[in-house]
Design a protein around this ligand. Structure first.
Ligand code: 3AM
Length: 186
C-alpha cells in the first residue's frame, strides 16, 4: 500500500486554492478533495509497520499549528513537474514533520533523508507534456499570481493516507487521523 502522512487543509482554504487553480491553464489541477501538505511520503509499507506507526502517531502530542500558504514555485529543473504553493508553519511545522519521520523510522520504515520543503501541490504535469507551451503558461501565471497568499489559519489534525491510483486520478483514503492541540482557549 502506497502511504503518506499529510495535513489536510481546511475547506475554506481549499476553496481559495481552487480559485487560484482556475487561473493556471496548464497541467492537471489537484482535485479539491486531494489538496494537502505532505509531511512524510512512506511509499509501499507492510501493514504491521503501518500499525506500529499509527500507534506512535496516536501518542504524539503535537503543538498547535498555524499555517500560511504564500508564494508559488515550480518544481522540475528542465521540465515542470508540479506547481506548488509554499507553506509557512514555523517551528511547530518542522517539529511535527521531524517527529512523524522519526516515528516512521522507529516503526521500521527506511526513509530517504531529504530536506523538508513544506508545500501544497496545486497542479501536476505529465512527463510527456509539451514543455515549452506549459512553461510559458506557468511563467505568466507565476508573474500574475506570484504574491498570492492566505491569511494564517489553524490546522486541527494530520492524517495517514493510502494513495490509490484510479483511472481519473488518485484517491486518498484516510487510514488514521491525529488531532493537533488548539491554540484557542475554550
Ligand atoms: O505533497 P506532494 O504533492 O508533493 O508527490 C507526492 C505527494 O506529495 C508524493 O507523496 C504525496 C502524495 O502522493 N510522492 C509520490 N511519490 C513519491 C516518491 N516516489 C512522492 N514523494 C517522494 N517520492
Amino acid at each position: 500500500m502506497r502511504t503518506f502522512v499529510a495535513l489536510p487543509l481546511p475547506d475554506a482554504i481549499r476553496d481559495q486554492v481552487e480559485q487560484l487553480q482556475d487561473g493556471l491553464r496548464a497541467g492537471r489541477a489537484v482535485a479539491w478533495d486531494n489538496l494537502h501538505l505532505t509531511l512524510a511520503f512512506l511509499d509501499d509499507q507492510p501493514v504491521d509497520r503501518l500499525e506500529a506507526l499509527h500507534e506512535a502517531l496516536e501518542r504524539l502530542r503535537p503543538a498547535p499549528l498555524e499555517l500560511r500558504l504564500a508564494g508559488l514555485e515550480v518544481y522540475g529543473a528542465k521540465k515542470p513537474s508540479a506547481v506548488v504553493l509554499r507553506a509557512e508553519g514555523g517551528a511547530a511545522l518542522t517539529g511535527l514533520q521531524a517527529n512523524v519521520m522519526q516515528a516512521a523510522r522507529m516503526a521500521g520504515m527506511d526513509l530517504p533523508r531529504r530536506r523538508f520543503r513544506p508545500h501544497v501541490t496545486i497542479a501536476r504535469f505529465n512527463a510527456g507534456s509539451r514543455g515549452t507551451e506549459d512553461a510559458a503558461r506557468i511563467g505568466a501565471f507565476l508573474q500574475a499570481r506570484g504574491d498570492w497568499a492566505t491569511a494564517p489559519f489553524e490546522v486541527d489534525a494530520y492524517c495517514l493516507y493510502a494513495s490509490h491510483l484510479m483511472r481519473d486520478g488518485p484517491w486518498y483514503e484516510e487510514l488514521g487521523r491525529y488531532e493537533l492541540a488548539s491554540s484557542h482557549v475554550a
